[in-house]
Design a protein around this ligand. Structure first.
Ligand SMILES: Nc1ncnc2c1ncn2[C@@H]1O[C@H](COP(=O)(O)OP(=O)(O)OP(=O)(O)O)[C@@H](O)[C@H]1O
Length: 360
């Protein structure tokens, strides 16, 4: 599968490894000691809030951001100091810029022409990419005659045409209408699985990360917080930040006490019967509560947590609530017909909360 005109000899066998990567711009540390890897044919998603260092990590792999410390290997060789143009990488930047004056086919063949790939091979490769991205009918159009989704497919086809050792996608769906994103996410997943190219995809969208990544790296303030499968991140988040950002959940420290657990400094007493109890731990455990597992009950209910409502927003199928209880702010989703006053009683639907083993 290696292109005969790759600028560096490559065996696509070894995928990508990023080892202890630190990226600095002057006094700003954008990424600090980030380590992750992408196996051949695997898609890894990098997620985190704005400014957490996602793009910097991706751009360092592409050779476009300054590596202060650490090591990057691709297809079995150290590329840390290699010039961007000499890395066999397919990059689709955030705005997936395509050349406006070139046809779709011209855009897709651009990297191959730059590498002086012979004409017959180039044509064959462009045709394969048009086929992969379902753009055959549009091969002669210019980008301004395409929809946003079609332009995105052109950018993807162009990046893949050179048979990169790794494909880097920076927020590939961010510029598209929210209504289009679901369909395009599924299309993208199908195309990535058909190409079998190692892929690193940056996103701030939880659904994109969970559905596209076979593993997810979650960053916060430049640090890697957890790197694991979507299932592990969803069911056993490393901390309250991962629970909140990716797993749609709250993670509270609780103390077990006979037939109940005490949360929020002992101010919320939850009967064990309400929990789906997993590994038992002595002392402090962690309680995972999905945002939508709460019901609003009478504040007089003994097992209910009394909370002050600071914000409520009707969202059709639910009401988004921000509440404060025992000095902690929590965002929840409750039934649309819930009776919401200035204070509410909150309880957890039976079996909807899970006790996790204590943090190591
Ligand atoms: N060229 C640059 N010069 C100086 N600082 C930069 C540069 N690029 C990024 N930064 C800073 O590095 C930090 C990480 O930025 P980065 O773009 O990697 O984050 P991000 O997670 O991709 O954010 P977003 O989701 O908003 O794109 C931020 O504090 C940002 O301001």
């Amino acid at each position: 599968m290696t292109s005969p005109h790759s600028p560096v000899p490559s065996s696509r066998g070894a995928g990508l490894t990023v080892h202890d990567l630190t990226v600095r711009y002057g006094s700003t540390t954008a990424a600090a000691n980030v380590s992750l890897d992408v196996a051949p044919a695997e898609t890894v998603a990098v997620i985190g809030p704005s400014g957490c260092g996602k793009s910097s990590t991706l751009r360092a792999v592409a050779g476009l951001a300054p590596v202060a410390e650490g090591r990057i290997t691709l297809a079995g060789r150290d590329i840390t100091a290699l010039a961007a143009a000499r890395r066999n990488i397919g990059l689709v930047p955030q705005n997936y810029a395509v050349f406006p004056h070139m046809s779709v086919a011209g855009n897709i063949g651009y990297g191959l022409r730059a590498r002086r790939t012979p004409e017959p091979l180039r044509r064959e490769r462009v045709r394969a990419m048009l086929d992969l991205t379902r753009l055959e009918e549009l091969a002669d159009r210019r980008p301004d005659q395409l929809s946003g989704g079609q332009r995105q497919r052109v950018a993807l086809a162009r990046a893949l045409a050179i048979e990169p050792d790794v494909l880097l996608l920076d927020e590939p769906l961010a510029a598209l209408d929210p209504q289009l994103r679901g369909g395009l996410r599924r299309e993208l997943a199908a195309m990535l699985s058909a190409t079998e190219c190692a892929t690193l995809i940056v996103t701030h969208d939880q659904h994109e990360a969970l559905s596209l990544g076979s593993r997810i790296a979650i960053l916060r303030d430049g640090h890697l917080v957890q790197f694991d499968t979507p299932q592990v991140l969803w069911n056993d988040p490393a901390d309250a930040f991962v629970a909140d950002f990716l797993a749609n959940a709250l993670l509270l420290d609780v103390h077990r006490n006979h037939d109940h657990v005490l949360a929020l400094d002992g101010r919320w007493r939850i009967p064990l019967g309400q929990l789906a109890v997993r590994p038992t731990g002595h002392g402090v455990s962690r309680l995972l509560l999905r945002r939508d597992s709460f019901t609003v009950t009478d504040t007089a209910d003994e097992a209910a947590l009394e909370a002050e409502v600071t914000h409520s927003e009707f969202a059709g199928d639910s009401v988004q609530l921000t509440v404060r209880a025992a000095g902690t702010t929590m965002s929840l989703r409750v039934a649309p017909d819930a009776r919401i006053g200035r204070t509410v009683g909150l309880s957890v639907a039976g079996g909807a909360a899970t006790l996790l083993s204590p943090t190591a």
